[in-house]
Design a protein around this ligand. Structure first.
Ligand code: ADP
Ligand code: MG
Ligand code: ZN
Length: 612
């Protein structure tokens, strides 16, 4: 393939089909084009790849991209090839034959971009091969991996430094990460020996993400409901442990939700297959531990649910940030319970398996982990704007209320439910006194509502003084109270009979005036419109055309054997539906439509649009 000299705008329009740069991209690109080192810090989904891909296309020679994850290299290379940029990856997944091929092509100058796993850099063959070539730039993606203070420290990243020193001419070095802490930034600069780099930190806000913390009585029920309401969407569910991943994935599957799973305990082959199933939307829901996702740029993930609280806010923001990368609005829900704190502490205590650390260093790392955990717990308990809490942590100024998080929308408020709790507890007590054993929640609810069900009458629950006491309240609402009271220790499940039974805490409420508070969803919140600020405000699925375009995309993707988002992102389809282009020239104005994609897909999409 021939690459005529071109400027950054031409590259942006013709290859990537984008109309303008996002905040920070142009400055970083300009610096790299001038041969200057850069350190680019942008949130997940901020558009870091473009910052090295555009210079790679504009400059002479081959750009080397060092990236930690094998799975994502393949994906990125596929996406690049799809827009007409010749690219390859070199990692341990290649057979010796494939590796030889890649090296031959590389030597022949056929690639503009080559992704390399850091451990590959040490090989002598590779160094001598590159010594005879023009390297346009070296980009270090997920650069925080080089720091032991960051998430995901990868010792193999330290090999980058030796490698660079062996190159005859040192190209511009461009490091990118989403990790904002000062310590990690300094580490990256120091260890990579960046030479008076342009340091660029863009804003950390992701306006299209809706943040929410819930404290459900039963997480699994809450999760099932959340996933069920989003059946046509793709989502990631993070769990703290492998065991939970297995359980949650099983639960979702038996609820008819097409889920797959990922954790370090699975055989490589299965992990790879599951990841592909997810990327290709064969299974739109991924249940995973935090082993999944670094660098995953599946752009159409529209929700990320945390089944457990992560260990740090950095980790949370990075994982949640995998939603809505295409700019569409997306939901980030954290299902919190106080038990999560113990789990996180356990994980912190047992994560000290990094042999490279001295005792001193290990102690310091652990102390830091606990501080990070406190910040995370603070998020779960925050009463103010959740987005504000995150931005505060990353040191960014913000307005008082974002209007697009669970707390700002005021959906959840603390309510005093002491009197309801007292009614429930006395009904439980009376039923037990009468029958001699505890009955299940369903019967308690029926009795409280004054139900005439056969079982209630048979057992004589209609003769309890508490019968019909909560007539004015709906049954699901009472069930919610009961589930909350169980999770908070005011009730428990009787191990023998399975019914609901009193606990020592029940007595505090019944006889000693303890107040019961529960955070409840305000019923009016449903009607409140969501004030979503986003750079592409589209309500997905509200137009028949959008659905038709999606169906066409699915068909084309299947024919080509690529994930749907490689054909076009949701954001592109939304823009297409909005603009409803009639001609090829109009089609090219759609975001994400470059020359290659216009030529390849233009006719098919124009035909579907014309039908409307
Ligand atoms: P990250 O910073 O997390 O690596 P990516 O580089 O994967 O982010 O980009 C995230 C998404 O943003 C991609 O879908 C990409 O196409 C899109 N994107 C990047 N730059 C722009 C831009 N200038 N205009 C529109 N979309 C963009
Ligand atoms: Mg990235
Ligand atoms: Zn808010």
């Amino acid at each position: 393939m021939l690459f005529p000299a071109m400027d950054k705008y031409t590259a942006l329009h013709e290859y990537f089909g984008l109309s303008s740069f996002r905040a920070g991209q142009e400055e970083l690109i300009d610096a790299v084009l001038q041969g200057r080192d850069v350190l680019g810090i942008m949130p997940t989904g901020g558009g870091k790849s473009l910052c090295y891909q555009v210079p790679a296309v504009v400059l002479d020679g081959v750009a080397l991209i060092i990236s930690p994850l094998i799975s994502l290299m393949k994906d990125q290379v596929m996406a690049l090839k799809h827009i007409g940029i010749s690219a390859a990856f070199i990692n341990s997944s290649l057979s010796p034959e494939q590796l030889r091929m890649a090296c031959t092509n590389l030597r022949a100058g056929q690639y503009k971009i080559v992704y390399i796993a850091p451990e590959r850099l040490a090989g002598d063959g590779f160094v001598s091969l590159l010594q005879s070539m023009t390297v346009s730039l070296v980009a270090v993606d997920e650069a925080h991996c080089i720091s032991q203070w960051g998430q995901d420290f990868r010792p193999s990243y330290r090999k980058i430094v030796d490698f660079l020193e062996k190159l005859p001419r040192r190209p511009a070095l461009a490091a990118f990460t989403a990790t904002a802490t000062q310590q990690v930034r300094e580490d990256i600069e120091r260890i990579l020996k960046l030479q008076s780099p342009l340091r660029l930190i863009t804003g950390f806000d992701r306006p299209n993400l809706n943040f929410e913390v819930r404290r459900p009585k039963r997480k699994i029920n809450a999760l099932r409901a959340l996933a069920d309401q989003r059946r046509d969407k793709s989502g990631i569910i993070y769990c703290a442990t492998r065991k939970l991943v297995e359980r949650v994935c099983g639960e979702l599957s038996s609820a008819g939700i097409s889920a797959t799973k990922y954790h370090a305990g699975l055989p490589d082959e299965e992990r790879r297959r599951n990841q592909e199933d997810f990327l290709y939307d064969r299974r739109p829901v991924m249940v995973a531990t935090n082993a999944f996702g670094m660098g995953i740029d599946k752009s159409n993930v529209s929700y990320v649910i945390h089944y457990n609280m992560p260990k740090s806010l950095e980790a949370y923001y990075q994982e949640a940030g995998r939603a809505g990368r295409d700019g569409e609005k997306a939901d980030c829900v954290l299902l919190y319970s106080s038990g999560d704190i113990a789990t996180a502490k356990f994980l912190i205590r047992h994560s000290g398996e990094n042999d490279e650390l001295s005792d001193e260093e290990r102690r310091e790392v652990t102390a830091q982990d606990y501080r990070r955990l406190d910040t995370m717990v603070g998020y779960c308990k925050a009463a103010g704007c959740l987005r504000g809490y995150i931005l505060d942590y990353f040191g960014q100024a913000h307005g008082e209320s974002c209007g697009n998080c669970g707390n700002c929308r005021g959906e959840y408020v603390e309510r005093d439910i002491t009197s309801e709790a007292q009614m429930i507890l006395s009904c439980v007590k009376r039923a037990k006194d009468k029958l001699g054993y505890p009955v299940g929640a369903t019967l308690i609810i029926r009795a409280l509502c004054g139900g005439k069900d056969k079982r209630v009458l048979e057992l004589g629950l209609d003769r309890l003084t508490t019968y019909g006491l909560m007539k004015a309240i709906s049954r699901p609402q009472i069930r919610e109270y009961i589930e909350y009271m169980e999770s908070a220790g005011y009730l428990r499940t009787d191990p023998v009979h399975g019914g609901v039974a009193l606990t020592p805490r029940s007595g505090e409420v019944l006889f000693r005036g303890e107040r019961v508070r529960m955070s409840v969803k305000q019923p009016s919140a449903e009607e409140k419109p969501r004030a979503v600020k986003t750079d592409s405000p589209v309500t997905e699925g509200d137009s028949g055309l959008f659905a038709a375009l999606k169906a066409l995309r699915f068909r084309l993707a299947q024919e080509e054997g690529v994930p749907a988002y490689i054909v076009f992102s949701n954001a592109s389809l939304a823009d297409m539906a909005r603009k409803a282009p009639r001609t090829m020239a109009e089609f090219k104005t759609v975001s994400g439509v470059g020359d290659i994609k216009a030529a390849r897909y233009g006719q098919a999409f124009l035909a579907v649009i014309a039908e409307f």
